[in-house]
Ligand binder design. Sequence first.
Ligand SMILES: NC(=O)c1ccc[n+]([C@@H]2O[C@H](COP(=O)([O-])OP(=O)(O)OC[C@H]3O[C@@H](n4cnc5c(N)ncnc54)[C@H](O)[C@@H]3O)[C@@H](O)[C@H]2O)c1
Length: 407
Amino acid sequence: MDKRNVFVAGAGYMGNGIAQVAALAGYEVVMCDVSEGCLASGMEAIESSLGKLLSREKISGEQAERALACIRTTCDLKEAAAADIVIEAVHENIELKKEVFARLDGICPPHTIIGTNTSAIPISSIAAATSRPDRVVGIHFFGPVPLMRLVEVIKGLLTSEETMAAADNWARSLGKETVLVLRDHAGFVANRASMPSTIEAVCMVDEGLATPEDIDRATGGFDFGVGPLQIIDNAGLDVGTGAAMAIYEDTRDPKFFPPPLMRRMVTAGLLGRKSGKGFYAYSGGKRESYLNAGKFAHESKDERSRRLAMLLQRFIIPNMFESVRLLESGVSTARDIDKAIRLGFNLPQGFLEMADSLGLDAVVEMGTGFYEETGSDKFFSPPLLRRMVAAGLLGRKSGRGFYEYEA
Ligand SMILES: NC(=O)c1ccc[n+]([C@@H]2O[C@H](COP(=O)([O-])OP(=O)(O)OC[C@H]3O[C@@H](n4cnc5c(N)ncnc54)[C@H](O)[C@@H]3O)[C@@H](O)[C@H]2O)c1
């Protein structure tokens, strides 16, 4: 099936980004929203983004013009009747999404695949609102869509293999790198694997072990990517708390429950960049650390490097353990789990690759140390990891861990 006609429901931050990348890839796009005002804002965002890509010479003037000519706007969902693929990017509300899916199901021809860009709602629940759950799939873009290369393609309980393959091919035809999520798992791969460590970063600030800057520095945020607390400030603490809560509500696993500091900050309106203050204070385009500021002023150089090394280990262990759990529960492959982390967070390695490099026995030992010190289950190593160590699969140094290595 040639998916030339794309229909995007929702012209907001994600919807207009998706419409833009689809049009740039040569698809005929119809972008739909509830009012002409929303559509006008969506088109303005597209024009501004294309302008930036043009000024950085990422695209030519001709490509920008052609892309704009490929996008049509409408307030009428019935125009999805000509769509080969629909991407839904309306507000994150299950009732709204179900209503939109039920309507789309009645409008679209039988061959149409309907993808949802939901961040946290189970794909199977949305698919249940249609008569074609085999043709409903999660197609999870990361924002800003024109810049982020990662797309997670998520299989609902009833999504067919053909739909997974078609959604995967379509996302790759937009120039994106895809990760296949084989189970309808809360938080999918990238957000699920990173959430326990993000929460750990907040706990370390709350326990007075670090300033936000210490954490972001120790985890490489100021070198090759953006640190976890910078990410929450950029996304909004309300959004981060909501994402953690969504995984907690689905799993009741306490390691996903947003910690007190995070909840109090949301209540106090410290939402991050958008409110001027979050884990950092922002003024005149400058970012300043203010939480626990001055606390470590008298620490020696050695004490500081020991403390930063401990912060890094305590941050990285829950990430590694959650990546192992994703692997052992068949949510995705080691390669895709690592790829999601590399592309989603701009890190040089995924956490399974990192564990292989450190040595899986060393990783278990670090986890055990933190487990004994804190009593927290989040540091209790997952069964697969312990079995691998018992079997002598120690990573790079033994020639085999999550990957195989030449001697
Ligand atoms: N913001 C992110 O970084 C991000 C990342 C990945 C996924 N998501 C998910 O993408 C979806 C959209 O998020 P967003 O940030 O673009 O939100 P947004 O608020 O910017 O945009 C949502 C748009 O949907 C429109 N809408 C509401 N009801 C509609 C309907 N019945 N028909 C058509 N349009 C309708 C709204 O008018 C609005 O313009 C959510 O499910 C969100 O969880 C967001």
